[in-house]
Every structure is written in C-alpha cells, then in structure tokens.
Design a protein around this ligand. Structure first.
Ligand code: NAD
Length: 327
C-alpha cells in the first residue's frame, strides 16, 4: 500500500465506513483529515474514532459549504468521498436535502478539485440501489439503471459527475457501487442506515428480530473491512480512474436465513415475520446480489470475511460498546 505520509481527506469520516477507513489509513501511516457534519439523523458518531482520535484531524463541517471544502481540498492527495444522506425512506420524505447533499455538494466538491487540486485522486461511495429491481442476477455493471427512490437517482447523479470530471477535466475519480455493508460502527439506533443495525440492537436487547414480508428476498453483504480493502484498491489503481465497480459477495442469503444465522451467534434471540411497512414496500428492490467480477479482474478485490464471522465480530462489538450507539 502506498498511503504512508500521504495527505487524505475523508468526507463522512465519523460515519460507519469512513471511520473504519480512517483507522486503516492511520495504521498505514497516512495523514488523515476527517470532515463530518454529525447531523444526528445520520451515521456519524464520535465514538467511531475514539481509538484513533489523537492521530487524525477532525473538521466538523458540512460538505455543502463550498468555501470550506475548497480550503480543505487544497493540499490533499486523496479524497475518499463518503459523506452522504443514506436513508432511502428519508430521501422520499425530504427529497431536497438528499439532492443538496448527494448531488449539489458533490458537484461543488468536484469543482473545488478542478480549481485548486487537479491532481487529487477521488474514490466516491456509490450504491447498488441505483440499479433498482434487477432484471437478472447477479447484477453486473451493464445492468440497466432504474432507481426506485430519490436517493438512488441522486447517488447516480453524484457518481456520474465524478466520472464526467474524470473524462472531461482529467480529475482522477472512480466510484464503487457498495452493497449492504455491515460491521463495527454502523448505525444501530434505528433502521435508517441498514436494517441490520436494528436487528443487532433487537438481538442484544432481547427482542425478536423483525423480518419484513416472507423473508425470502436474497441479498449479499460485505463486512466493512472488505469494503475498506476495495476503497483502498480503487484509490491506488490508475486502471480504476473513470470507472465504476460493483462490490458484492458470492455468499448470497435470504433475509430469513440471515435472521436465523444471527440467532446462532452465541447471544440467543429469535425472529418473527411481520408485514412490510408500506413506505418500505414501495421502494423495495426484491432479490439482489451483485457481480463483483470486474473489480476482481481489474483490481484483484474479492471479499474475504465470511458472513457468520463478520456478524459475530459485529455483535460482539455492540455487546461491548452498545451504550455509545443506542441513543
Ligand atoms: N453502508 C452501506 O451499506 C452503504 C451501501 C451503499 C452505499 N453506501 C454509501 O457509502 C457512504 C458511507 O455510508 P455509511 O454507511 O458509512 O453511512 P454513514 O451515515 O455512517 O456515513 C455517512 C457520513 O456522512 C456524514 N454526512 C452526511 N451529510 C453530510 C454533510 N452534508 N456534510 C458532512 N458530512 C455529512 C454523516 O454525518 C455520516 O457520518 C455513503 O455515501 C453511502 O451512500 C453505503
């Protein structure tokens, strides 16, 4: 890895994936600056960086502040652009905020790079949500793009701007379409970020895990350390410039089987099938799993951590540190 002494900026750096990335980059010897707004309804949490806080610079600021971002981006070699409004349901309730954060702010970040730091390398965190309901499985990057919610449309625009700046201005940028990512530091106080968060909380609080519908929908999941590996591989590679890559896993599982797996991690627990809340049903994508062959061939990435191992690590983490995440 080539990050020793490199100056990196992580937007969304107090969030789930951003903080795990920050920890890894500190370990690799990078000089790390984190930008995060810490809006309470998003995934940012100061405890996420408790073990590395003295080794990073934290800037509590909004990526919508174009002037602040211009200043922060000036001297960086890498931008890991992870700040985002991530809730699909919230994007339907408040589409304009999603637009401002996931689109307008992305455009002004790219403009700042073009103006003051044209040689920076950018990795943008996109999402598999923009494919919508799959026509076929596994979904590869050639699958039609048909977002089923506002968040999917806005993330597509953010991703497209990154690729456009790469092709038109030579601002080296690529995007990873993340699938469901889980692990230490994810939001567990509610289901805003991922249903797995609320499942972990239910398990540890002794409530049945609630599985929507029949629980027959299949999904793939990445443990956060695997996701961080992919982000760093994309940052390091020139082949990645201008590209978009799916992440994913070949360990495909139905939500019912996943709930059952969670009850066998050593913490007991149970699950129940409950009707789909209408606001979620309306934007549900049915079965999904991704084809990650392209990133495997071009960057050598594949997920390493089996689901049962990653889930156990995750639940162990919240058993120990849950009090920093419940409220
Ligand atoms: N976790 C997943 O399963 C998943 C799946 C697909 C895509 N992604 C993408 O990965 C990225 C990181 O997601 P995450 O799971 O770590 O979520 P997260 O909510 O934990 O992290 C996002 C961070 O961005 C910060 N943020 C939001 N708006 C901001 C603003 N205006 N200014 C500054 N900071 C702001 C939040 O405070 C939060 O800390 C997001 O862009 C998300 O869309 C995540």
């Amino acid at each position: 890895m080539t990050f020793a002494k490199s100056r990196v900026l992580i937007t969304g750096g107090l969030g789930f994936i951003g903080s795990n990335l920050a920890r890894r980059l500190v370990g690799l010897g990078a000089t790390v600056t984190l930008v995060d707004s810490l809006f309470p309804q998003y995934g940012g949490n100061r405890f996420n960086i408790a073990d590395v806080e003295s080794a990073v610079t934290v800037n509590i600021c909004d990526v919508r502040d174009a002037h602040a971002m211009l200043h922060l981006l000036r001297d960086k070699e890498y931008l890991f652009n992870l700040a985002g409004q991530t809730s699909h349901v919230d994007s339907m309730i408040d589409p304009k905020t999603d637009l401002e954060i996931n689109v307008t702010a992305q455009l002004s970040i790219l403009e700042a790079c073009r103006k003051v730091n044209p040689s920076i390398k950018i990795v943008f965190a996109s999402t598999r949500q923009l494919y919508g309901k799959p026509d076929y499985l596994p979904v590869n990057e050639l699958h039609p793009i048909r977002p089923v919610d506002i968040n999917g449309i806005n993330k597509l625009a953010g991703e497209s701007y990154h690729r456009l700046y790469n092709s038109v201005y030579g601002t080296r940028a690529c995007a990873l379409r993340l699938t469901n990512t889980y692990g230490q530091g994810m939001r567990v106080k509610d289901g805003r970020q991922t249903f797995l968060g609320i499942w972990v909380r239910s398990l540890l609080e002794g409530h049945p895990i609630q599985v929507f519908g029949e629980g027959s929908q299949v999904r793939d999941f990445n443990y956060v350390n695997d996701c961080v590996d992919a982000v760093l591989a994309a940052a390091e590679s020139e082949i990645a410039d201008g590209k978009v890559y799916n992440l994913g896993s070949s360990e495909v599982i139905s939500l019912k089987d996943l709930a059952e797996m969670m009850t066998k991690l050593g913490y007991g627990g149970s699950f129940e099938l409950v009707p789909f809340p209408p606001e979620r049903k309306a934007i549900d994508i049915g079965d999904y799993y991704g084809d990650f062959g392209l990133i495997n061939r071009e960057l050598g990435w594949s997920p390493k951590v089996p689901l049962s191992v990653g889930l156990k690590k995750t639940v162990d983490f919240y058993k120990q540190h849950g009090k920093h995440y419940w409220e």
